[in-house]
Design a binder for this molecule. Structure first.
Ligand code: NAD
Length: 256
């Protein structure tokens, strides 16, 4: 689905995370991939493990480019984009995935909490887009990971500031879809429900786990692969007439 395409994914180094699954899935679909995360060592390890996983399956792929960058730092992202274009000859797909979630109630949100959450989850998407846009192909696709928290007012793991940051992602994506549409660049989001990753693997006690499962018609939590498969669709020509949308990936937990 993505032969000859180049994709850049933020927050992709954690082997149990959504970004890593997206990187693996886009690589397997034929894309050349740049993975970005905090810490060069983690990025290198992720690239090695992606290569090992795909080689084991006999999937031919370009070795991923692994680069450390904080999504709060636009200049660092500009370097990542420049290196990506130099290595792979272009840039077609951006996946804005890096994010943090903090459980808080309104009165407990400190200035530092607010800034970190908004700067990573929302400004990070703006930074990535501003860094990449001059190089993004005219048929480019931007996929942003929002959240069910934006739709239902948090209440799962992330606090109100997390929900607000993801609501901002949904709004920013709609504006980008309008602005970039004439260039053929499509911008879409996904709203994952409860996906078991490093972010929440140990966050729920047994009672909470069961209470959440009882709210999910499909009767299970999501996997990173559930999210990656939808991101592949949004990154591919198969979603060619979709822009400014958001796809829910929640097993029916929030039907609206
Ligand atoms: P995760 O913690 O495994 O992955 C997040 C990644 O982002 C990590 O690798 C982390 O190092 C990286 N990161 C954090 N701050 C960064 C920064 N400043 N610069 C660059 N990278 C940074 O969690 P995950 O569950 O895989 O989350 C991926 C995305 O999915 C996040 O945006 C999260 O909000 C969203 N999401 C997750 C769930 C869920 O249930 N897991 C639900 C809805 C949305």
């Amino acid at each position: 689905m993505l032969n000859g395409q180049v994709a850049l994914i933020t927050g992709a180094a954690h082997p149990a995370g959504i970004g890593f699954a997206i990187a693996r899935t886009l690589l397997a679909a034929g894309a050349a991939v740049t993975i970005v995360d905090l810490g060069q060592e983690a990025c290198d390890a992720a690239a090695r493990s992606l290569t090992a996983a795909l080689s084991e399956k006999g999937t031919r792929h370009e070795p991923p480019l692994a680069m450390a960058a904080d999504v709060r730092d636009r200049a660092a992202l500009e370097s990542v984009v420049a290196k990506t274009v130099e290595r792979f000859g272009g840039l077609d797909v951006l996946v804005s995935n890096a994010g943090i979630a903090q459980p808080r109630k309104i009165m407990d949100i400190s200035d530092e909490d607010w800034s970190a959450t908004l700067d990573i989850n929302l400004r990070g998407m703006l930074n990535l887009t501003q860094a990449a846009l001059p190089h993004l192909a005219d048929s480019g696709r931007i996929v942003a990971i929002a959240s069910i928290a934006a739709q239902r007012g948090g209440g799962l793991l992330g606090g109100p500031h997390y929900a607000a940051s993801k609501g901002g992602v949904l709004s920013l994506a709609k504006s980008m879809a309008r602005e970039f549409g004439p260039r053929g660049i499509r911008v879409n989001c996904v709203n994952p429900g409860v996906i078991i990753t490093g972010m929440n693997a140990t966050a729920f006690d047994d009672a909470t786990r069961q209470r959440l499962l009882d709210q999910i018609p499909l009767g299970r939590f999501g996997t990173p692969q559930d999210v990656a498969d939808v991101c592949l669709f949004l990154a591919s020509a198969q979603s060619g007439y979709l822009t400014g949308t958001a796809i829910d990936i929640n097993g029916g937990m929030h039907i609206h």
